[in-house]
Ligand binder design. Structure first.
Ligand code: 13P
Ligand code: SF4
Length: 316
């Protein structure tokens, strides 16, 4: 709680005020993903899914972009905005799935399948993006793959999103890779069925990183923003949400006054990397200009091309 001078009632300046002041001083903007803690989302100028955050990064004229999320999000912002300083409040926050493919395997698949296109989920290292033809996110993967000229597509690193795309785009032969999100594969079809039995009529909204058995139980499959939008538009009073529980903050905000209840599976899925981004770390990185993202110059141009191709094909 603050008084009229922006100081806490105890006379101390709040973290929100410190961040505002530092943003002014540094000409900075704070972007946050829906999975980071609610208090961090509240400090942000923009909150969104991976596609929105990547798209936005190209249009900002701030000198400094703070990316409250995991490493691949900071790398994408830096690749699309090389002139700006991009800061990660917690540089150790990484997405394990981003490393679950290999450049050597991409080269092997290219040798064995001449003409194959490599589609790379943005949850990946810059090195993997550089080895690919185009990036995709969960909000546009099926559309982008279906628009590729190649008949064969090697989809990295997420096998579950890859399987989902293969089902949506049956005219393509999709070659899968063994990668997965530990949080989304932790959701079991049994617990989803049991939640659905306990709450008859509650629609099931799922992220495509869930397993095919879980997606079979879903009424709607989409990215974090698409899930939030679907929940906002739904007439249902109870909705079963199959993604990381961080989205609850924006769900509550977007559906304020609608009297809706959001039900997550038994042990709500938490992404510990996203959860490690705190308001204090946002303040500290702006104060100290720490956590600056650098992308290896050897792979940056090709990784940037794959991201830019995604933006072109997705119609920006
Ligand atoms: P979205 O692109 O849907 O925001 O998802 C990002 C992510 O990391 C999902 O686990
Ligand atoms: Fe990576 Fe999964 Fe966390 Fe998303 S939820 S950042 S895919 S570990």
């Amino acid at each position: 709680m603050t008084d009229g001078n922006g100081t806490g009632l105890s006379g101390q300046v709040s973290i929100a005020d410190e961040v505002e002041e530092l943003k002014r001083r540094r000409n900075a903007v704070v972007l946050a993903h829906y999975y980071v803690p609610g208090e961090v989302q509240d400090l942000a100028d923009h909150v969104g899914d991976s596609f929105y955050l990547a798209k936005l990064a190209c249009t900002l004229d701030a000198d400094v972009i703070v990316l409250a999320g995991v490493a691949f999000m900071g790398e994408s912002a830096k690749l699309l905005n090389p002139e700006r300083t991009v800061l990660l409040p917690e540089p150790a926050a990484d997405c394990p799935m981003a490393h679950m493919a290999s450049v050597a395997e991409v080269a092997k698949v290219r040798r064995e399948h001449p003409g194959v296109a490599v589609a790379c989920y943005v949850n990946s290292t810059a090195e993997l993006k550089a080895a690919s033809d185009v990036c995709v996110t969960s909000s546009n993967a099926a559309r982008i793959v279906s628009g590729l000229a190649a008949d064969e597509v090697y989809f990295i690193p997420d096998m579950n999103l890859g399987r989902y795309v293969a089902e949506k785009v049956p005219e393509k032969h999709v070659i899968l890779n063994q990668g997965w999100c530990p949080r989304h594969v932790g959701i079991s079809p049994e617990e989803v069925r049991s939640l659905a039995r306990e709450h008859p009529g509650a629609p099931v909204l799922a992220h495509p990183e869930c397993t095919p058995e879980v997606l079979d139980e879903a009424d709607f499959v989409g990215s974090t923003s698409q899930i939030i939008e679907q929940a906002r538009e739904s007439d249902a009073r109870e909705l079963i949400i199959l993604t990381v529980v961080g989205v609850a903050h924006e769900l509550e905000r977007a559906c304020a006054g609608q009297g809706k209840r959001f039900l997550f599976p038994g042990h709500p899925p938490i992404c510990p990397n996203m959860a490690s981004v705190t308001p204090e770390k946002v303040r500290d990185c702006l104060r100290d200009m720490s956590g600056a993202v650098e992308v290896d110059a050897a792979c940056a141009p090709a990784a940037r091309r794959a991201l830019e191709r995604m933006l072109e094909l997705a119609g920006r």
